[in-house]
Design a binder for this molecule. Structure first.
Ligand code: BES
Ligand code: ZN
Ligand code: ZN
Length: 508
């Protein structure tokens, strides 16, 4: 799919086209004087019967598709329901357009015209364009690389339809910028999803590093990749210890982007890049173990975040850190009871080798601290307890910094992703004290597994550095059809959009 922005209206487009799908919207107002309105006046008249017979109700996400209707120069018409006009918000449009995409993508028309003029937006025109582009681009993501291809597709077929957004103000710089931003964000999210969806045998730490290097070509990101020898030299005992049971070597990926003065402290993002989590010696049960290829989603999403920040040219200095390893039960694997030493000198007992995320993150957080950052933000598919607590819609985050919490809440509102503040206090820290070493990777108490995991991570973040941890165990991959622009089972790219918003809040 190609998305295009046109500063035209229906009549002028109609002169130059012979085919295509015309998309307009409908609203329904609830209450006593229930009213359905199709926003294109001519269509409102023409489809009056459809309204009378409730074929069109205007309710949210309703896709009323009229094929071969011959309206103006268009063969087909799609009326997209947006619900109550007074309740129109960005997420409604983002999801609605994704539903429309599902409907029109298989039709043989090469051109689709979304008439945003009919929405008659009074304010936030640019923001709605951004939302529309995001919804379309996110909905178009498919992971097909590993399916055998029956026939060579022509380039035109490969690219698919062209979707034109019609908006008279399309030439304004604000609208153009929003259009580009939506595209960059959604493409970055889709790249993260691609990394996550790739199975473990085709997404080892080495391949993850290589794919990252390819993806950042042409951006201002500088990348450094540490191999096993360097990881040993750098005293990253957690990352090394987790990798010992695997034949695949670990990697530590460092991405640096300088969009502001050198003197400005960096915003550091850290992501868990566990390319397959079998549990190690504390082996996981077989049921759903295949899903553990997604255990690198935190890392993938940090990579997507850095790419988006660089392509948007944000005026910040940003660093992305991805400790990457497999967690396998090979003959040299770390055993329950073993003691490892983190880069910052702290020691920990590994009482359950399946609690490995916190071990590889410990070194990365210690390294992040050394960068004297403005803030550290991490993302990890860290605990099953998070899935139990919040499911797959809300991402739980932990922070003890009020100002950062406020920034995260604002960022979540702006990005349209759902975040929920979780508890983290000194009692959780106490639960993670070790018997033979400074810390244990298992809590001594029952319950609150996500909070105690966060408390463990906190031990590797320098004092007074604002830090937030996002546990994306539930949201890192989509399980059903709840969010319309992410309906298929697979990696979701959760938090990329929110992290970019957080980075923006550190501009100036
Ligand atoms: N990668 C898992 C967490 C996970 C579980 C992510 C389910 C997504 C879905 C993590 O490494 C893990 O296994 N954590 C253990 C920790 C426990 C042993 C303290 C868990 O949550 O069971
Ligand atoms: Zn694990
Ligand atoms: Zn894991």
């Amino acid at each position: 799919m190609i998305i295009n922005l046109l500063s035209q209206d229906l009549q002028s487009v109609s002169k130059n086209t012979k085919d295509g799908i015309y998309v307009t919207f409908s609203f329904s107002s609830e209450g006593k004087d229930k009213k359905v309105s199709i926003l294109n006046k001519d269509l409102n008249k023409r489809l009056d019967r459809a309204v009378q017979t409730s074929q069109i109700t205007g309710k949210k996400y309703e896709v009323a598709f009229y094929k071969e209707l011959s309206f103006e120069a268009f063969n087909h018409v799609l009326v997209l329901g947006l619900g109550d006009k007074s309740e129109l918000e960005h997420e409604v449009l983002r999801q609605a357009i994704a539903s429309a995409y599902e409907a029109f993508k298989s039709l043989k028309s090469e051109n689709v015209f979304i008439d945003l003029n009919t929405l008659n937006l009074k304010k936030e025109k640019a923001e709605y364009v951004k939302t529309l582009v995001e919804g379309l681009e996110l909905a178009s993501y498919e992971f097909t690389e590993l399916k055998s291809k029956p026939k060579e597709k022509s380039k035109k077929k490969e690219e698919g339809q062209t979707v034109h957004i019609l908006l008279k103000e399309a030439k304004s710089s604000e609208v153009k910028k929003a259009f580009e931003e939506g595209l960059i964000l959604a493409k970055s999210v889709n790249f993260s999803r691609y990394l996550g969806d790739m199975p473990g045998n085709k997404m080892t730490p080495e391949i993850l590093a290589q794919k990252t290097l390819e993806a950042i070509k042409g951006t201002k990101i500088k990348a450094t990749v540490w191999n096993k020898a360097r990881i040993i030299k750098e005293k990253m005992g957690g990352l090394l210890g987790v990798s010992l049971g695997s034949s695949q070597e670990p990697r530590f990926i460092i991405l640096e982007y300088n969009g502001a003065a050198k003197s400005k402290k960096p915003v550091v993002f850290v992501g868990k890049g566990l390319t397959f989590d079998s549990g190690g010696i504390s082996l996981k049960p077989s049921a759903s173990m295949e899903e553990m290829k997604y255990d690198m989603c935190g890392g993938a999403n940090v990579i997507g975040t850095l790419i988006a920040i660089a392509k948007l040219g944000l005026k910040v200095n940003a660093i992305g850190l991805i400790p990457s390893s497999e967690n396998m039960p090979g003959p040299s694997a770390t055993k329950p009871g073993d003691v490892l030493t983190c880069r910052n000198g702290k020691t920990f007992e590994v009482n359950n080798t399946d609690a490995e995320g916190r071990l590889i993150l410990s070194d990365a957080l210690a390294y992040a601290t050394e960068q004297k950052p403005e803030v550290i933000i991490d993302a990890a598919t860290l605990t099953g307890a998070m899935v139990v607590a919040l499911g797959n819609l809300y991402t739980g985050y932990f922070t003890r910094y009020k100002q950062l919490k406020d920034k995260i809440e604002v960022a979540g509102k702006k990005s349209g992703e759902w975040v929920w503040n979780m508890p983290l206090c000194d009692f959780h820290v106490q639960d993670m004290k070790g018997t033979y070493a400074d810390l244990s990777n298992m809590s001594s108490s029952k319950g609150a597994g996500s909070s105690t995991a966060a408390a463990f991570l906190e031990q590797f973040v320098g004092e007074d550095i604002p830090w937030a941890h996002f546990d994306i165990a539930g949201t890192g991959w989509a399980v059903g059809s709840r969010i319309k622009y992410c309906t298929r089972k697979g990696a979701s790219g959760a938090m990329v959009r929110t992290f970019v918003e957080i980075a923006k809040s550190y501009e100036k």
